[in-house]
Design a protein around this ligand. Structure first.
Ligand code: FAD
Ligand code: NAI
Length: 478
């Protein structure tokens, strides 16, 4: 006998599990299908973000940052440390413990909200009386259990893009999954792609002692960032010891028994071959729709594999929605979460809205990079008249005390109305500082609003205020 639910969500990553919780809060009967099995063979919730993405990567970034501070910067404070060493196994055990705590937390939330977890892989089998027929198989080829969805939310996420001819085994050649569990610090680490994962995980293993070389195809470093930011962080990262080569063309990649060799042509056209102990391939992610059988309900993907949706994440079928990494927009956990809330509220008859321009980005390097809204380059391309204010952390007492005085805050505001159009931050805690800018932009604040608000002293947040003052050429401390 099949069971009918008001809402079935496919995928329990941050987009899907949040959508399921919000729909349950709104009184809907909800099931969520999830197929993930962790390396210990256990079925877990949380998707990429909790298992092999945001959470484990931030745990490793924190451990490696502590190690670097203790081993190399404690002496700045007069602390003598001899023989600091890293137990990589213990670092992974800590990370795995955090992941387990978080994934178990979602199981608790599902029980609390009476959400049925359908364990296995979902595929669609057409429609019955206006509901979508969802088949769930516990194992491949197993007899499916059938459920009916009055509303369907597809939140199947994404997976690492691999390159032809580069065999990822997650031992010698890794995507994000292997890169998060290297059993020892490699002496030499190659990274293909100087994007978010390349910089974050490249930083983790560099801090622990690996010699890291990042090979990037694009001519411009971090092209999505404001130009002043990408220029500054390139200098900071190379000074830290990350070797980043832009404009390369990757040739043959050969895996030996212990090492991997990478042939590439540099920006000037010269040929090179370099050998690494480990290689990370981080060249973007692709949406997951394989085996879903979208065609059984009359849907298809676009040319890049994404499920087309409108502003309310509704597909061409009125009772089918798609959210998170499987649809257009930035592949960010918080973007997926907001879409999850949005579709649950749409299904419940509410009229929610997401302003995609106010979604913040963070790269968790040291210092962190964060931004929201438009870059200076985008505003120039749009022909919009704007003013810019920039203020450095080097002039902030709290940053100096913390030993984190690299970076700056840059505020871009409309030349006439003073509305904040973009905020760009390089700072130790840019991930937290950017929240003020996101709130301000959601409220359509002017740079003068931030400039008039009392900020605590001494704090890094004072630099946000000074940058807002600088947009009106009246910074007080600079
Ligand atoms: P996912 O998290 O990918 O979840 C999709 C789920 O659907 C998976 O659990 C999958 O098993 C399940 N599924 C797929 N198909 C089926 C099926 N047919 N049946 C049943 N289940 C199915 N973003 C940030 O915002 N901040 C960060 O710091 C950050 N760090 C990251 C670090 C790394 C190393 C990586 C790889 C990503 C990171 N991201 C980060 C991106 C973030 O993880 C994704 O944007 C986010 O997980 C997308 O959420 P989602 O719910 O759309 O998809
Ligand atoms: P990315 O899109 O950030 O970067 C990929 C990089 O690889 C680009 O710079 C691209 O030009 C380069 N590239 C592509 N093909 C190449 C080739 N053949 N040779 C050399 N370089 C090549 O993708 P990444 O780092 O894999 O991360 C995937 C996504 O995961 C991110 O876009 C982001 O959405 C999400 N993520 C978010 C994080 C965060 O919010 N802090 C952290 C990690 C991932």
């Amino acid at each position: 006998m099949s069971q009918t639910f008001d809402v079935i969500v496919i995928g329990a990553g941050p987009a899907g599990y949040i959508s399921a919780i919000r729909a349950a809060q709104l009184g809907k009967s909800v099931a969520c299908v999830e197929k993930w099995v962790n390396p210990a063979g256990e079925r877990v919730l949380g998707g990429t973000c909790l298992n092999v993405g945001c959470i484990p990567s931030k745990a490793l970034l924190a451990s490696s940052e502590q190690f670097e501070q203790i081993a190399h910067h404690a002496s700045d404070h007069g602390i003598a440390v001899k023989g600091a060493s890293m137990d990589v196994g213990k670092m992974h055990a800590r990370k795995d413990g955090i992941v387990t705590k978080m994934t178990k937390g979602i199981e608790f939330l599902f029980r609390k909200n009476k959400i049925t977890w359908l364990k296995g892989t979902a595929s669609l089998m057409g429609e019955q009386d206006g509901s979508i027929v969802v088949a769930v198989r516990e194992t491949e080829g197993a007899e499916p259990s059938i459920s009916l969805a009055r509303n369907l939310v597809i939140a199947t996420g994404s997976k690492a893009r691999h390159l032809p001819g580069i065999p990822v085994d997650n031992e010698l050649i890794c995507d994000n999954e292997g890169a998060l569990r290297l059993s020892a610090v490699p002496k030499t680490l190659g990274v293909i792609g100087a994007g978010v994962i390349g910089l974050e995980l490249g930083s983790v293993w560099r801090r622990l002692g690996a010699e890291v070389k990042i090979l990037e195809a694009a001519p411009q470093f971090l092209a999505a960032c404001d130009g002043a930011v990408s220029k500054e962080v390139f200098k900071i990262f190379t000074k830290q010891g990350l070797s980043i080569e832009m404009g390369v063309k990757i040739g043959e990649v050969k895996a030996g028994s212990k090492q991997v060799s990478v042939a590439y042509t540099d920006a000037q056209g010269a040929a090179h071959t370099q050998t690494f102990d480990r290689l990370i391939v981080s060249v973007g992610r692709v949406p997951n729709t394989e085996g879903l059988h979208l065609e059984s309900i009359g849907l298809s993907t676009d040319e890049r594999g994404f499920i087309p949706v409108d502003d309310q994440c509704r597909t061409a079928k009125p009772n089918v929605f798609a959210i998170g990494d499987v649809v257009r927009g930035p592949m960010l956990a918080h973007k997926g979460e907001d879409e999850g809330v949005l579709v649950a509220e749409v299904i419940a008859g509410q009229k929610p809205h997401i302003d995609y321009n106010c979604i913040p980005w963070v790269i968790y390097t040291s210092p962190e990079i964060a931004w929201v809204g438009k870059t200076e380059e985008q505003l120039k391309a749009e022909g919009r008249a704007f003013k810019a204010g920039q203020f450095p952390f080097a002039a902030n007492g709290r940053a100096l005390g913390l030993g984190s005085s690299d970076g700056f805050v840059k505020v871009l505001a409309d030349a006439a109305s003073d509305e904040i159009l973009g905020v760009h931050i390089i700072a130790a805690t840019a991930s937290d500082l950017i929240a003020e800018a996101a709130v301000a932009m959601e409220f359509k604040a002017a740079s003068e609003d931030i400039a008039r608000i009392c900020h605590p002293h001494p704090s890094l947040s004072e630099v946000v205020r000074e940058a807002a003052l600088a947009a009106d050429k009246r910074a007080l401390n600079g």
